[in-house]
Design a protein around this ligand. Structure first.
Ligand SMILES: *Cc1c(COP(=O)(O)O)cnc(C)c1O
Length: 365
């Protein structure tokens, strides 16, 4: 299929250099947005059409738009990294494109082909490459966070897949996701709530999963925790993942265990990359079921030496302790050497500081 061309409607009042530079010096996460966005429209009759890059700004949605009532929505998260020579790259976008299609199928949304997905990132970056921050040192992990998403926009209150859909990509400059950098986070073990159930939407990256996780997130914050760990819905026994990150367990003998994908866990690109990099590092990755009891006992006996969470936004973040209704499980000894090592391997790759042996980088600008 020939790759679609994106028409350009340039912003009439782009952000002044001085203001943008000010934002880029302290962007936080998800607070500021670049000058343009991608838009592509889909209708049952015409398919995908109207590919454009246009000024960033509010959408006009009919109050009866399906997404506002029934939540028919999916999204992706992927970053653009500036390398030392000024070029801009992204990481394994074909994985995100494929997952976006999987999510679309689950939410009965139309699939966007992988080439158009990647081209849409390139089209946006062609305009807004000045919004990609320049890392100021080896430890600096600033980037431009890209958020492709798709919403059901037909004005119709009946319950069926929307006949009109819009795809957008917006971009937001980002510093480290957690303010503490690689400082370990505390995780709340939810006993009241589940994230996903067999046959549900756990493997899809959809807003509905996040909406359903917010009450648990509120509980976590009340307990002084930054994230929630969810157990499986069927047996309340197996560790699945956090609200927006996958989990890994480091064993003293070099095994690296992550819960296996059974349809209720989001297949993270970072998760997959960590499994690959771990092999390069001489660790023995295992994808299998791991129970909350194994976590408890492993942490107590010293069998499990580190726990970490991973995802595009936060890269790799050590878990310091797991907090439950009436327990606190300490998860780390020392300064999490394995998490740190994998984290710097991954960042070195993404920022072009090491050889891209796996062919994971795609140049955007
Ligand atoms: C996005 C996401 C992840 C991490 O996926 P990456 O591709 O590594 O960013 C993990 N869990 C959930 C629930 C997510 O939505």
């Amino acid at each position: 299929m020939p790759t679609a061309k994106f028409d350009l409607l340039p912003s009439a009042n782009p952000t002044a250099d001085a203001i943008r530079n000010d934002i880029l010096s302290n962007p936080g996460f998800g607070r500021y947005f670049s000058d343009h966005m991608v838009h592509v429209r889909w209708t049952v009759d015409a398919g995908w059409h109207g590919h454009e890059v246009r000024p960033y700004g509010p959408l006009t949605l009919d109050p009866a738009s399906a997404v506002l009532h029934y939540g028919q929505e999916i999204f992706e998260g992927i970053k653009a990294y500036r390398h030392a020579d000024g070029s801009v790259w992204t990481f394994r976008p074909e994985k995100n494109a494929e997952r976006f299609r999987r999510s679309a199928r689950r939410l009965a949304l139309p699939e966007l082909d992988d080439e158009t997905f990647v081209e849409s990132l390139r089209a946006l970056l062609a305009q807004d490459h000045d919004w990609v921050p320049t890392p100021s040192g080896e430890a600096d992990e600033c980037s431009l966070y890209l958020r492709p998403f798709m919403v059901a926009s037909e004005a119709f209150l009946g319950v069926r897949p929307s006949h009109e859909v819009d795809y957008y990509v917006i971009a937001s400059p980002a510093a480290a996701y957690f303010k503490g950098g690689v400082a370990p986070v505390s995780i709340w073990l939810s006993s009241n709530y589940k994230r996903a159930a067999p046959g549900g939407t756990g493997y899809a990256k959809c807003g509905g999963n996040y909406a359903a996780s917010l009450a648990a997130q509120k509980e976590a914050e009340a307990q002084g925790c930054g994230q929630v760990a969810f157990l499986d819905a069927a047996e309340n026994k197996w560790i699945e993942e956090l609200g927006g990150m996958n989990l890994f367990f480091v064993y003293h003998d070099g095994r690296l265990v992550t819960p296996k994908l059974t349809g209720t866990i989001l297949e993270g690109v970072t998760r997959d990359s960590v499994l690959e990099l771990a092999r390069d590092e001489g660790l023995q990755p295992e994808e299998r079921h791991i129970s909350i009891d194994e976590w408890r006992e492993g942490a107590a006996s010293g069998d499990i030496t580190e726990v970490f969470a991973c995802g595009t936004a936060a890269v790799i973040t050590p878990v310091g302790e797991l907090v439950g209704e009436d327990e606190r499980i300490r998860c780390t000894e020392g300064d999490n050497p394995v998490a740190r090592q994998l984290r710097s391997k991954l960042l070195d790759l993404q920022y072009g500081r090491s050889e891209d042996k796996h062919g994971w980088l795609t140049r955007l600008v």
